[in-house]
Design a protein around this ligand. Sequence first.
Ligand code: CA
Length: 225
Amino acid sequence: MKAIIIEDERDLAELVAFNLEKEGWKTAIALDGRSGLELVKTELPDLVILDLMLPEMGGIEVCRAIRRHERTTAIPIIMVTAKGEEIDRVVGFEMGADDYLVKPFSTRELLLRIKAILRRASQPGQEEKLITRGALAIDPERHRVTVGDTEINLTSTEFKLLQTLAERTGRMQGREQLLRDVWGYSSTADTRTVDTHITRLRSKLGEAGEMIRTVRGFGYKMEVE
Ligand code: CA
């Protein structure tokens, strides 16, 4: 497993690399956004840890560029922000990060987040049958989503979220429950993470996104008309 750490604070980057290597990871560090993006494109890592404020090219731009390219679009990204930076934008649908951490964070917290993300990315479902809901088709086996004839590119988290909602069509899903079942952790995460991922998912799905209904004060459910 290979991780790329894009972080201009060299000490922090090296600390993260050291801790990941202890867990058996291979790591590479880039100290600015532009060279980080190049590294991601050439190395195709299993994980990117991406600082928000970076020289040359900011974290938001790097994140978008990773999502834009077919070969890198599904690589999990953990965004790292300093306190006070706009977390809503970080996990916002315009960006595409899978998760975020606010500095200073503990190694333990980072490793927990990584484990949860990788579990989502690789988890083989028990029932890998094609799920169809209206014009929407979800193929868990091939990790493919289509609306009509159009293939939709989703991150691993978005995919898991959509699959979870579709499998439970007609049943309300609370934000905490979705956090637990899709993200794999509960107390540390923010329910806003769920909201921003839902927003992004709806926007990617276009009209089919309307099947994801907001249940006010509670959470979400999928409804097929
Ligand atoms: Ca920075």
